[in-house]
Design a protein around this ligand. Structure first.
Ligand code: NAP
Length: 294
């Protein structure tokens, strides 16, 4: 079985990002807005700051208390929208329940929407427009498949999960790459039978061990997007001080499928890298706009 190593793929992308950043007129800058103190969010933000520092992107972390008002958050976004030195903005999700996620996300200017979650960007993404800012995880999945030579073109791709941030963007990206896409969810009848027909199976359900050998076959490529915390298991790498597992029951599929991405070390490292790919793309677009104005 082939292991789809996301760190190896990420390192090739990282070198490419660093080359491009070295040639940028302005130093790219990302603002991360956090509301509250969720442990997972703290860790994800740490990873983003670390990667930004490694590749030469400035990262500003604006950290509000959980009790912050929607107005305060939106005011900080508007300030970042009008600051020419800032090229990308993300709001770390999930937000505390008292804040309206949609109102807050929509206040990000689409030209600075590094997570690609504003309605303007979602429209461009489904149109297959090259200007779209595509959510990083979806780009990571497509890149991992390409890196290992598994083109989605003409393939029967089944995705488990239909969230705005993960499942739907993966579908949009792979559809634009000429895959035939099926999206499954918690109401799908015959999930196992549908998945077994996939040439490429992508699991983004957030259910540890959901995908086992009954979902798979000898020619199937599986990309495990799930990141779930499982206690009491011995894994090689710890990110949250707890053990991480994906949606795929590795022991069960390893002798059946053609290729599988591991968790950790699969799509996760690519998600961080492609967030910064988006920041770079926005920085380059801002430079083009200002040269047209000059
Ligand atoms: P989410 O919003 O909870 O969505 C989960 C989706 O999976 C929903 O569409 C749900 O169906 C479906 N689902 C759940 N259980 C299912 C089951 N038993 N059978 C079939 N479908 C099922 O989660 P998300 O934000 O999309 O994230 C999904 C996973 O990806 C999580 O583990 C998350 O931590 C991980 N993630 C990883 C990365 C990365 O970089 N690797 C990035 C982001 C997220 P319904 O719509 O019917 O409820």
């Amino acid at each position: 079985m082939i292991i789809l190593d996301g760190k190896k793929a990420r390192d090739s992308l990282k070198a490419n990002l660093m080359d491009k950043i070295a040639n940028c007129i302005d130093r790219p800058k990302l603002v991360i807005i956090q509301c509250g103190d969720k442990e997972e969010s703290n860790k994800y933000i740490q990873q983003k700051k670390k990667f930004g520092a490694e590749i030469g992107v400035e990262v500003e972390h604006i950290h509000f208390l959980r009790s912050v008002s929607e107005k305060e958050v939106i005011d900080s976004i508007k300030k970042a929208n009008s600051d020419d030195k800032i090229h990308g903005i993300i709001v770390q999700l999930p937000l505390p329940p008292n804040l309206d996620k949609d109102e807050i996300i929509e206040s990000i200017h689409p030209e600075k929407d590094a997570d690609g979650l504003t309605s303007a960007n979602i429209k461009l993404m489904w149109q297959g427009n090259e200007e779209a800012m595509i959510p990083a995880t979806a780009q990571g999945v497509a890149f991992l498949l390409d890196f290992y030579g598994f083109s989605p073109e003409g393939k029967n791709v089944v995705i488990i999960g239909r969230s705005e941030l993960v499942g739907k963007p993966i579908a949009a990206v792979l559809l634009s790459r000429n895959a035939t896409v099926t999206i499954c969810h918690s109401k799908t009848q015959d999930l196992v039978g549908t998945c077994r027909k996939a040439d490429i199976l992508i699991s983004a359900a957030g259910v540890p061990g959901l995908v086992d050998e009954s979902y798979s076959h000898a020619n199937q490529v599986i990309v495990d997007v799930g990141i779930n915390i499982a206690r009491g298991k011995k894994l090689e790498e710890e990110i949250f001080g707890k053990h991480l597992v994906g949606d795929v029951n590795w022991e069960s599929v390893r002798n059946v499928a053609k290729a599988v991405s591991p968790v950790p070390g699969g799509v996760g490292p690519l998600t961080v890298a492609f967030l910064f790919g988006n920041v770079l793309k926005m920085c380059e677009a801002a430079a083009r706009r200002s040269s047209l104005r000059a």
